[in-house]
Design a protein around this ligand. Structure first.
Ligand code: ZLM
Ligand code: CA
Ligand code: ZN
Length: 397
């Protein structure tokens, strides 16, 4: 019906295990794997499956996860259930579970869930390594806060670190870019002593009225990795702290200027882009005012450098807009434009209909849907870019 043909030039692969959808963090928890169902429905409704190679990857194994994570953390994670969990057990708390915020709950099928999303990122990295894909996509991954022995911020296993470790078997330099509204602290920490991975994160940074820092509280402009000049990883992290309410034009300019400079200086042989959709306007947890096409501009920009690209998901807490964005970005990868009117045969079409759900179109205006006053002045942003470019001078040795 939509007459899409596979465009020549870019081989795109889509790595997706539908079993990831059947997991629930708990009814009021903001992380909803169901957003992946919605994303898949949009991708199928627009006929994008005919323009890509589709893979249903197997779950990652314990041995594969041990390449990054500690054995005792994995053994705990693989065995804990809602029935046997002891919330006051020191092991439970020390591994990041429960606690006051309950960011990382223990739920049914937790081990299955983490193995599935990790397996998909590893499968995507594998395709890039084999040169079977130019761009490999896993919307179920991007869990950037997980540490080697700690669950943090809805993330249990760091699929990004595992995928980058695979890419490092075939690449001398990998660039990691993170446009989730939160700082990509877990990936930064994992590679802090390496000069073969450069990490670049754009995120909200600052203290709220209630005195709490925006999660995870790290990632100021002066955080550039280790300061010890003997450390190979020195200067191989760049953090771009942003205030509430940034708009499309500001973000696009910031992203293009800084990312372009990093790619030109570091000259990576592969790029990993974490495309967390909580940087959109109207996100339940986010603070920015971005529209879908401004978010997608980041994917277009990175794609334009023509390096092997691993595109992964991340945050995103207003499911209908997460699905819209990741469907749009899938289309950007295959090089096609989608019409604004949503195809009428989408299962769960109601999720996209009605004024409050975006009026049945793919590109509703998200600017100020949740009203965060823009606290970013042009002056601040220019100073930020100047400092960011200054920080890159470390790369000159
Ligand atoms: N408390 N339920 C982004 C990860 C963000 C930590 C700890 C004081 C929530 C949030 C959980 C159902 C990514 C923090 C101290 C009370 C927060 C965060 C469970 C609502 C709920 O309703 C909720 C009972 C929950 C968690 C909101 N947590 C909002 N923000 C952050 C973690 C992950 O997008 O970057 C990648 C996937 N946690 O702020 C506290 C510090 C406040
Ligand atoms: Ca980020
Ligand atoms: Zn996030």
């Amino acid at each position: 019906q939509y007459g899409l043909e596979k465009p020549r030039g870019y081989n795109v692969s889509f790595h997706y295990n539908p079993h990831v959808e059947y997991h629930h963090f708990g009814s009021s928890h903001p992380m909803k794997p169901w957003r992946l169902t919605l994303t898949k429905q949009l991708v199928l409704a627009y006929g994008l499956e005919y323009t890509m190679d589709l893979y249903e990857p197997r779950p990652a194994t314990m041995d594969e996860l041990q390449v990054f994570h500690d054995r005792d953390y994995l053994s705990f994670l693989s065995q804990v259930t809602p029935q046997n969990a002891k919330p006051d057990d020191p092991a439970y708390l020390s591994f990041g579970f429960g606690g006051e915020s309950n960011d990382c709950p223990v739920f049914d099928g937790l081990w299955n869930y983490v193995s599935i999303y990790s397996g998909a990122s590893m499968s995507a990295a594998h395709n890039l390594n084999n040169k079977q894909s130019d761009i490999a996509i896993n919307w179920s991954g991007g869990l950037h806060h997980a540490k080697k022995n700690l669950a943090s911020g809805f993330c249990y296993i760091n699929d990004i670190v595992l995928a980058i470790q695979l890419l490092l078997t075939q690449n001398q330099r990998v660039l990691y870019i993170d446009i989730d509204v939160h700082h990509g602290d877990g990936v930064e920490a994992a590679f802090e002593s390496s000069d073969r991975v450069f990490t670049l994160s754009y995120h909200k940074f600052g203290i709220d009225r209630n005195g709490y820092p925006f999660f995870p509280g790290t990632g100021n402009i002066n955080e550039m990795g280790p300061t010890d000049p003997a450390n190979r990883g020195k200067g191989h992290s760049l953090n771009i702290p942003i205030d509430d309410g940034i708009d499309d034009e500001q973000y696009k300019w910031l992203f293009k200027t800084v990312t372009g400079a990093v790619i030109e200086k570091y000259n990576p042989t592969a790029i990993v882009l974490q495309s967390g959709a909580d940087s959109l306007g109207g996100d339940r947890l986010g603070r920015f005012n971005l529209n879908i096409k401004a978010h997608g501009f980041c994917v277009e920009t990175v794609k334009s450098y023509g390096r092997p690209l691993l595109l992964i998901g991340g945050g995103g807490y207003t499911p209908r807009n997460v699905a819209r964005t990741w469907c749009h970005e899938t289309a950007v990868c295959v090089g096609t434009e989608l019409h604004n009117e949503l195809p009428s045969h989408i299962p769960y079409i109601q999720a996209f209909q009605g004024a409050e759900n975006g009026g049945g179109i793919l590109y509703p205006d998200l600017h100020n849907t949740k009203r965060h006053d823009n606290l970013n002045t042009q002056d601040n942003l220019h100073k930020l870019v100047t400092q960011a470019l200054e920080n890159l001078r470390y790369l000159e040795g």
